[in-house]
Design a protein around this ligand. Structure first.
Ligand code: NAD
Length: 261
């Protein structure tokens, strides 16, 4: 894949899947705008490392995507820095786990804001320029939880289903205009977000991390293995390529068979 002279904004790319996608895009020659939380010096080291390794331009902007104004501003900053924004990957996400009647309202609002509303604000702000340049790739990182439910994840499942719906509407509104919008729906990928769930399970059940990790996989993911962030990155690169010009409105599971059951 050759994505030279393209620029991608990957939200939540200081960690996990977002970082895997950013790395894969950079490997294909794509310039990057990183975003996400983290320690300033560690982010700067990461930025310089990707620039040096892949000979691409890498910027970092520190928007808090739970805030609509910062989402809109992030697109403007990205467009000013890059000239053109060709690819938008809505990846930033958070998780909170509790039974529905005990789910704190503040956590519900936060999960919806970061996992769903930020994608709406970023897409709305990025689309006019994509339409003008007759090219755009929008990739929303949903989840298997965009297609099925699991207990104690009401906000997350609602947000990820919402993101699948948003993906379809944006695909329809941009069809035939050189713009595609798709969702990737991962099952378990071993990232800090999932590591925290494994640690919580190990603690609540009094088992070691290896046992908790195996139980999490056995319960849902028939392959018994975690998908890697690099594998999600490779799919994102494909969705940005010319081969995927006519692939839009799709929700693509990468889930070791989770949804086949
Ligand atoms: P992670 O915790 O490793 O990374 C999340 C990223 O989002 C980080 O860079 C973090 O700084 C950023 N972020 C969080 N809140 C933010 C905010 N308010 N503003 C800006 N950035 C913010 O998690 P991950 O597992 O890599 O998850 C990435 C995406 O993939 C999420 O949308 C998640 O729901 C989705 N996903 C993950 C899995 C999995 O198994 N890990 C499965 C399905 C879907």
């Amino acid at each position: 894949m050759n994505l030279r002279r393209k620029t991608a904004l990957v939200t939540g790319s200081t960690s996990g899947i977002g970082l895997g996608i950013a790395m894969a895009l950079a490997e294909s020659g794509c310039n990057l705008i990183l975003n996400g939380f983290g320690e300033t010096s560690a982010i700067e080291r990461l930025r310089l490392q990707i620039e040096e390794e892949h000979k691409v331009r890498v910027d970092y902007f520190d928007a808090d995507l739970s805030k609509p104004g910062e989402c809109r501003e992030l697109i403007v900053r990205a467009q000013i820095a890059a000239g053109e924004l060709d690819i938008l990957v809505n990846n930033a996400g958070i998780q909170y786990v509790a039974p529905v009647e005990q789910f704190p309202q503040a956590q519900w609002d936060a999960v919806l804001a970061v996992n769903l509303s930020s994608a709406f604000h970023l897409i709305a702000a990025a689309l006019p320029a994509m339409r003008a340049q007759k090219f755009g790739r929008i990739i929303n990182i949903s989840s298997v939880h965009g297609l099925v439910g699991s207990i104690h994840k009401s906000a997350y499942v609602a947000a990820k289903h919402g993101l699948v719906g948003l993906t379809k509407v944006v695909a329809l509104e941009t069809a035939g205009q050189g713009i595609t919008c798709n969702a990737i729906c991962p099952g378990w990928v071993l990232t800090p977000l999932v590591q925290r769930q494994i640690e919580a399970k190990a603690e609540s059940e009094g088992v070691d991390l290896e046992t908790a990790s195996k139980e999490i996989l056995d319960e849902k993911q028939p392959s018994g293995i975690f998908t890697t962030s690099a594998q999600i990155g490779a799919l994102a690169v494909f969705l940005c390529s010319q081969s995927a010009d006519n692939l839009t409105g799709a929700c693509l599971p990468v889930d070791g068979g989770w949804l086949a059951r």
